[in-house]
Design a protein around this ligand. Sequence first.
Ligand SMILES: C[S@@+](CC[C@H](N)C(=O)[O-])C[C@H]1O[C@@H](n2cnc3c(N)ncnc32)[C@H](O)[C@@H]1O
Length: 258
Amino acid sequence: MARTQQQIDDLKRKIAQIQSWYHRIDLGDDIETPGHFRMADYLKYYNFPERMDGMRVLDVGASTGFFAYEFERRGAAEVVAVELPSWEAHDWTPRYRAELAAKSDQEKKTVDREVMFDGFTVVGEGYRSTRTKRIWKAIYDLRAAELGTFDLVFSGAMLMHVRDPILGIQRMRECCKPSGRLIVSISTTMMDSPDPVARFVGEWNQCNWWQMSPAALDSILNCCDFTHIDHRDRYTLQDVTGQFHDPTYVCHAFPRQE
Ligand SMILES: C[S@@+](CC[C@H](N)C(=O)[O-])C[C@H]1O[C@@H](n2cnc3c(N)ncnc32)[C@H](O)[C@@H]1O
């Protein structure tokens, strides 16, 4: 349905009110979110099914929602987008957490709203989304008893941010149907290492913990009952300025067939 000029102006105003955008998303009518990463340019590396009709999809670490709404656009019956309930809920170091604790409630609320909440909501309004909902959870708290199981579980560029990526993968396995799949991407500078190595890359004021070689991710997936790995691909993610380069590994992992 075409937008009226009033609707176009409202959408542009809402987008402009948000300071921090992760995804650059084309919403039509010359409206684009001013994010850092235009993930539409990298879709081919993910090998998503062209059509997702009837599928339940879980998008873990959805940020401003590019992938979640792309799954809906491809026909998914239901998309559950998982995001942390606040900036403070990241796996921060004790020292950074102490700095955050010293901020006023007002400052914390503003960061949560602008970085964690509003972008995803505005993109959903822009798309007139009806089948995507967001829930607030850490990856560790994804439980099949509560959420059910999914045909596709997706985790894009987020396992580097969790202190315990193995527990995260176990939780995603629990939420994956036996006939389903996990599609996962990680950023890694160890693209060519045949060894299953993980390197600690933590710094006190960052939320990056582990770099894994593709062989390490494959081995962890195997260990966590994803016994078949397929559609391995790699690309270099660049931001819209072209200055940021992140070598990225993507694969599809399938649960052991009973
Ligand atoms: C680098 S962004 C990736 C966004 C999107 N998945 C993509 O591939 O473009 C990582 C996202 O994961 C979320 N995240 C980080 N740690 C998380 C955790 N422990 N549980 C759930 N989400 C988390 C962050 O808030 C952020 O939105």
